[in-house]
Ligand binder design. Sequence first.
Ligand code: ASP
Ligand code: MG
Length: 299
Amino acid sequence: MPERPARRTDGVTVHKFGGASLADARALQNALSIVEKGDRPAVVVVSAFAGVTDSLLSLVRDLSAGNDSAVRRTIGDLESRYETAARAVVRRGADRQRLLRLIDAAFAELEALTRAPLLLRELPPRAVDRLLATGEELAAQVFAAGLSARGVAATYVSALDLVVTDGKAGQASPILPATDRKVRRILRPCLQKRRVPVVPGFIGAGPEGRVTTLGRGGSDLTATLLARALGARAVFLWKDVPGFLTADPRVVPDARVIPQLNVREAAELAYYGAKVLHPRALIPIARRVPIFVRPFDRP
Ligand code: ASP
Ligand code: MG
């Protein structure tokens, strides 16, 4: 059983933005204004922009097939998507240049990472995790810069400094006590300075500090991990559905919102495949922290 979550101390709210809520510049601006207008103290967790993780996974398949041109194309497309987003949220100045340089460097690194695998036609699982992490890391960098551009004091914080995992590639489990300690040590001073930490979801550091991913949809889990460690007042999961539904709306058009679930009911639905929540996202917070699933287009 997990340890009990921290006592609520400073009334912090955790906002997690899913890929769909970061699909394009307009969605991103909307997400930024939700945080700008929201309560403080606040922590933000972001996943990769919509479709980015899928593209990165297609890159892995193309690498194994030795499909050089598809690999270059995917990297080029992703890079221009992040650049467009960056230009949309940071309109001018040194911050914009810094952000664009950062994106450029990240994609240069990604490109370098693909060179040997293209020849070997194989990418080890740890390298896959490194590759996937780029989606979340850059999304969080863009988000933090976007908040700063709006005059909201924000700081990008690497998830590798916060989330400790067992190191299992592709499907790592968080280690709760170690994560609690790191999150408190690093995020509390940041919150005390009235800054909004912006953290990439979905990833954490394994035993040797190496990046590991928490499984598809893992940003939910990042949000509840941070909420647990900080004794958060609430977690908001901003998604492209109106809430927890009676069925998958793509399959059952008249699926209805379930107004409230207890943690066991919600965990069970998530475990049996409800896409709205990562199956293990509720473990860190037991029954202490309320979670609100909110449609980002109708905040
Ligand atoms: N970007 C990752 C995924 O698509 C993690 C997440 O969205 O929470 O699975
Ligand atoms: Mg995603």
